[in-house]
Design a binder for this molecule. Sequence first.
Ligand code: ADP
Length: 615
Amino acid sequence: MKLYLKIVAFILFLTGSAFLINMHFSGLAVSEAMSAQIADSAAMVAADQALSFQKAFVSGKELDGIKALHTFAQKTGAVYSGLVTADGTVIAHTNVALTGTKMKDQLLIKAAKTSVPLFRRVLHGGDEVVDTIIPVPAGLPASAEDILFQGADAVGKSAGFLRAGLPLTTARKAERAILYKLLVLALLISAAAIVLSAIFSSVILRQVYLLREGIRKARAGNYDFLVPVISRDELGEVTESFNKLNRGLSETTVSKEYLDSVLESMPDPLIITDEAGKILKSNRAAEDFSGYDFLPPGSMNLKELLEPQTEGAAEPFALLSWGGHIKELDLWFKSKDGKRLPVMLSAAFIGGVGSRQVVSLLKDTTRHKESEAKMAQYLKEVETVNDELDSFAHTVSHDLKEPLRGIEMFSGMLLSDYSAKLEPQAADYIARVVKASGRMRRLIDDLLSYARVARVRNPYEYASTAALAREAVAGLSVMLEERKAVVKVSDGLPELFCDPVKIRQLFQNLVSNAVKYNDKPVPEVEISAEKFGEYYWKFLVKDNGIGIPSQYFEEVFKIFKRLHSRQEYGGGTGAGLAIVKKIAEEHGGKIWIESEEGKGSVFYTLIPADLSKRT
Ligand code: ADP
């Protein structure tokens, strides 16, 4: 029921009940007043006839009484009348059958205690009459003045009572007229009250109606308006609060259309389901990708379209319930045309308890899978080629060493055994052959060492890098003594899961270079390590040597790349740093240089902190 109607009905009920109560009590009051008036006029008539009534009481004769009653009835129109003594004996009555009988009723008992007329309404022969008891004084009737100054005592002792049934005919008319007027008045008041309440409530409810309109708009997602405040009362305050709330919402809430357009424009399939997987909403990308239109909402279940990529893997919705969200889970998606498409699913719950939904974002990984497969293929090929190259380099260098040894040996023998017979020119040529073949041997040896890094796979184990560094330094003791070099292995070098043979070689190559390419009287080298982020150790080999020009920072790691002539700085083939780089990379690490010419260099080697987890 509308509020407006409720208010009107309430006012109607109030005025209606007031009207009924009023009519009831007014009716009672009017009839009481009318009855009193009838009784009073009868009492006045009786007062005029007092002597004749007294006489009848004194004589006790019925006839005297009848006569007096007859006159009384003529004057008042009484339907019955009788004279009753104080003890209730009827001495005369218009209904002669009652003469001599005794009356004893409540009204008579009451009348015995008072000297004023008493009355009540009774039914007599089907008509209502005023049953009146008027005391008849024993002496002369009291004057109005006597009664005024002496009260009831002035009336004196009553000789008996006149009891009469006085008709209501004339009084009735007046009574009805009064009640009719009262009725009209009450109806007018009620009508006015209804009209006024209707006007009043429509004025009050105007604000409520405006507010209701506002709420309807806000529910439809439109927050960009203000409800006019037309009343300065509690309703006005509520409206102002609503406006504030609305303003806040318009600033913070993204409209439904906006959200829908965002979802629709997303290039990746997005599907919203209930907790059981029933598809409630999807974007165009999802429809294009799957071939389904997912309509009507709830008719399809996402669970039935997804399949784990690995056998025995947990069902994605179960994973979602356990973890609260899923990130980039590889799955198969069954499209409408029966294909199994590779997808990556990320999903999370949205909404509160009871109305939780799941938003699932699918990423088509077909291309990704293809390139992954290609990449794996290339990697395999590269590995095979690399392996082949390594074993080729090893075989070649190994096989080359054999004839080289022959050349070296025979040219050496020529020089030592036939030097007297040889012309100086020829001896010089042979000496050059010996030198060149020596260099070639060193090159082949270094090439072999380089190839060995890849070819020889020592078992990985936990090793103290400090111990490995010290062993490397010890292996270079002759050179270090010759150069009076000082090598310091700092504290804090970690234990690493690594190929210890190769890491030792790494330190050895770096330290020997640090001393070799050093023009200071006391070459100084420091080996230290520090944590690099959460997952790496950074090893530093620092020297006070000649330094490296920055344009060669990468060049120097290439095999057989030297920055100096063959004889300078003790010679060399240029394989040392290439081997170091290969060792670092084989451990999943990196190597780089920081250097200042003339001041020294720092070689940084990054190695993963825990290679035991590497698969
Ligand atoms: P090699 O020592 O046999 O020449 P490497 O590969 O060990 O070969 O070094 C390559 C080149 O890098 C060296 O010829 C040298 O010029 C330069 N180099 C290496 N280490 C240092 C260093 N600590 N200080 C200066 N230059 C260096």
